[in-house]
Design a protein around this ligand. Structure first.
Ligand code: PEP
Ligand code: MN
Length: 264
């Protein structure tokens, strides 16, 4: 991977004076919920609206997402708010459907980054598009798998690339849902200095009262952006209820963050 400059450009195109903020619910639940949250986020620091519509659950029995119908809701949210839309994709069919519905940003989830065949299938399906693609770290603390995911997309010609650090699962009992292991993300960053690095404090902490603290740690480490799960009724969210914040809480978090501006 040589052309780091091109990888950074998509982020610079946002012309932000603050970190890139991606916000929205863990899961799209209903059309009304998507539209309500998107409208509330329209006047916030968020530039990109996220919502999972295909939810790979570790164990069966949980809510697995509304599926392709959610893409229509996101299209509507985009038309009404002007926010860019982001969804998680886990296979080539998801990629095709997302492209057909003008989704702007596709991210690869932690349970997919662990599977090179799935990542390759996604990379192949994305060939020839100019979508922004973000690769979450794999669930387990394995830097090589994360790098491999990025390389597969880069080799398929995807230049608008970035990574999302969402922490790593562990048997240790810690205050985190997924321990950050910051050094793994920093190591990736030192390898690809121009690959935008986004922190997902929602999945790292698993609890809304720690989002500000972990977001600040990420910014102090020079991260380029934050992905924060945001729901208008977090306690009744269909997935990840404990970690989601309301749009007004998100605004407070963004106001309270101390932003280190680049001097170089
Ligand atoms: C999500 O973003 O809602 C999600 C499922 O994340 P992860 O892949 O990091 O577990
Ligand atoms: Mn989630």
């Amino acid at each position: 991977m040589k052309n780091n400059i091109e990888m950074r450009k998509w982020l610079d195109d946002f012309k932000l004076d603050h970190p890139l903020v991606i916000a929205g619910p863990c899961s799209a639940e209903t059309e009304k919920q998507v539209l309500r949250i998107a409208h509330e986020l329209k006047h916030s620091d968020a530039s990109i609206f996220r919502a999972g519509i295909w939810k790979p659950r570790t164990r069966p029995g949980g809510f697995e997402g509304v599926g392709a119908i959610g893409l229509k809701w996101l299209q509507k949210a985009k038309a009404e708010t002007g926010l860019l839309m982001a969804v998680e994709v886990a296979n080539a069919t998801h990629v095709k459907l997302a492209i057909d519905h003008d989704i702007d940003v596709l991210w690869i989830g932690a349970r997919t980054t662990v599977n090179p065949f799935a990542v390759q299938e996604i990379a192949d399906a994305l060939q020839g598009t100019d979508k922004i693609v973000l690769v979450k770290n794999p669930v387990n603390p394995d830097l090589a798998l994360w790098i491999g995911g990025v390389e597969r997309l880069y080799n398929a010609g995807i230049k608008k690339l970035g990574v999302i650090h969402r922490g790593f699962s562990t048997y240790e009992k810690t205050k985190y849902r997924n321990i950050p292991e910051w050094q793994i993300a920093i190591s990736l960053q030192s390898r690809f200095p121009d690959l935008p690095l986004i922190c997902d404090p929602s999945h790292i902490t698993g609890r809304r009262d720690m989002i500000l603290e972990v977001s600040q740690q990420a910014l102090d480490l020079n991260y380029d952006g934050l992905m924060i799960e945001t729901h208008d009724d977090p306690d009744h969210a269909w997935s990840d209820a404990a970690q989601q914040v309301t749009p007004s809480a998100l605004k407070m978090i963004c106001q309270n963050l101390k932003i280190r501006r680049q001097t170089s």
